[in-house]
Ligand binder design. Structure first.
Ligand SMILES: O=P(O)(O)OC[C@H]1O[C@H](O)[C@H](O)[C@@H](O)[C@@H]1O
Length: 520
């Protein structure tokens, strides 16, 4: 790669301590100028959004995550005080928990169990893992982020004897997400089984009046924190969703907010060449042809950023993965995101990246600071951190040689401020990119289909169990039960087969397999 090209496409932002390198995309000389008109429209749309326009038209909602770190920019006095009052309440609650003023019947809370899914888990998980200091954290954090019974047993097993010192924070914007409801019920059952009163351990983060809000009121939980309809789940890390768990862990949430605010200020500038979010959005546009033609492989060379790709997966894919554009035309937009961390992944799938199907571009994330404290020399004058950078730069070159494209983001460290910056940067890139390709980044109409179908599966399971219970000891074929319950035979088989595996009924193997019978 030429030095001249690097000089042109390497963009340092010393005031942020960040740099963006687009030199490993073969950008034509006129690419940025060819998109300037579209980018100016994107800046205007973003300014309107930040001023409180209904930027999520189908859901009739404002999109206000940028106000969370600059309350003075919120369009009304009520919104401004909602943000600042909640932040103060989070800090006061965390301080009282740490001081033992808010404690459980068994004394101070030392363990934190966060129950949520999607946007109500991925941000908290990313931040907890990135910034955790097991020896120094004020609380040890655990997560339920699924309705997997064994997964929850595993976590409860990890908490073990400390359940009496556990604070549970149930997070759900809608307050009606079934996985989270199940997690709450399972956790409450575990508390009761240990002779503990869940209400004395539980806190809710949810929308006003939601089902979860009602449960918290009815059961007299310890505390409640709000989640607002103008904050989307995948952009909620910097409201109570992410800030409450982080504050309880003992992390510096002010520094996270300051980092985000600084990035917002830098990416609000409507001058493409000076704006890292605009440049990165244009990098995505070029790399993916504006139609998701290439996947985004996110490779941070830092263990602590392992969960960033999962966090970005929701932020980017739920925002950009849309069937229709803003005019209602079918576009099937999106950018697929995956990745873990380097150099670990070099020993796994990087083989295919270099030599296999060329359907991706990589986002390398370089962290300048190696570690706290002294570095061991693993060879004369050379440290593990030297190797980490060596592998990053080496892999980048190895990919470039084979016409595999990449962008590189350099950050100073993994600190609360840097995480705030990264979160804000990608939120802005997603918003600008969505404008460039003409889609609504702030709704998620596609996720409902799977939820509705799951409800149908549960209803069919109930019918099947009722049918078997009504004729105990009788063997039924799959097709007989399908007819009797008006169910799809494939679903009938899948449901019965699993119930049998869990000892809820008896399966007698047939030959061929689809003549197996089931008995209640
Ligand atoms: O916070 P909740 O309302 O429980 O939602 C949790 C998640 O569930 C949904 O399926 C949405 O697609 C996500 O955007 C959301 O973050």
């Amino acid at each position: 790669m030429s030095w001249e090209n690097f000089k042109t496409h390497y963009h340092p932002y010393p005031e942020l301590g960040l740099a963006l390198d687009l030199s490993r995309l073969p950008l034509p000389a006129d690419f940025l100028s060819s998109q300037e008109e579209a980018m100016q429209k994107a800046f205007t749309a973003m300014a309107e959004l930040e001023a409180g326009a209904i930027a999520n038209p189908d859901e009739g909602r404002m999109v206000g995550h940028y106000w969370l770190r600059a309350a003075q920019l919120a369009p009304t006095k009520e919104l401004r005080s909602a943000i600042t009052d909640t932040l103060a309440a989070i800090k006061a609650f965390a301080a009282d928990v740490h001081a033992g003023k808010i404690a459980g019947p068994n004394g101070p809370f030392t363990q934190l169990l966060v129950i949520g899914i999607g946007g109500s888990a991925l941000g908290p998980q990313f931040v907890q893992h990135a910034l955790g200091q097991p020896a120094a954290d004020k609380m040890a954090v655990h997560f339920f982020d699924n309705t997997d019974p064994d997964g929850m047993d595993y976590v409860i097993g990890q908490i073990g004897e400390q359940l009496g010192s556990t604070l549970a924070v149930v997070i759900s914007k809608s307050g009606g997400t079934v996985e989270t409801r199940n997690g709450m019920l399972e956790a409450q059952a575990a508390f009761r089984a240990a002779g503990l009163d869940p209400a004395k351990h539980f806190v809710a983060v949810t929308g006003d009046g939601s089902k979860l809000d009602q449960v918290a009121d009815a059961e007299g939980w310890l505390a409640k924190f709000p989640m607002w309809d103008w904050v989307g789940g995948r952009t909620s890390e910097l409201c109570a969703v992410g800030l409450l768990p982080a504050a309880l862990q003992g992390l510096d949430i002010d520094a996270m907010l300051e980092g985000a605010a600084a990035m917002d200020a830098a990416t609000r500038v409507p001058v493409t060449a000076e704006n890292p979010a605009a440049l990165l959005a244009l990098g995505w546009l070029f790399a993916t042809d504006g139609i998701g033609a290439k996947d985004m492989v996110v490779l941070p060379y830092k263990d602590r950023l392992l969960l960033f790709s999962r966090y970005l997966q929701q932020l980017i894919m739920e925002s950009l993965g849309k069937e229709l554009d803003l005019e209602g035309k079918v576009v099937n937009q999106g950018i697929a995101v995956y990745g873990n961390k380097g150099s670990t992944d070099q020993h796994a799938y990087v083989q295919q990246l270099r030599e296999g199907v060329n359907n991706f571009f990589v986002t390398f994330i370089e962290v300048l600071k190696d570690r706290d404290g002294d570095a061991l020399e693993v060879e004369d004058g050379t440290t593990s951190g030297d190797y980490l950078q060596g592998f990053l730069l080496g892999t980048r070159d190895a990919l470039s040689e084979k016409d595999r494209w990449s962008v590189t983001l350099t950050v100073p460290d993994v600190s609360p401020r840097t995480l705030g910056m990264l979160i804000a940067l990608y939120e802005r890139v997603v918003g600008l990119y969505a404008s460039l390709v003409g889609i609504n980044a702030y709704h998620q109409p596609g996720v409902e289909a799977g939820k509705k179908a799951a409800t149908g599966v549960i209803a069919l399971k109930n019918k099947l169990q009722a049918a078997l219970a009504a004729a105990p000891g009788t063997d039924f074929t799959i097709e007989q039960l399908a007819t009797q319950t008006d169910g799809n035979p494939e679903l009938v088989y899948k449901i019965l087969h699993r119930l049998a595996a869990n000892g809820k009924l008896t399966e007698t193997a047939g030959d061929p397999w689809f003549e197996s019978t089931f008995r209640g």
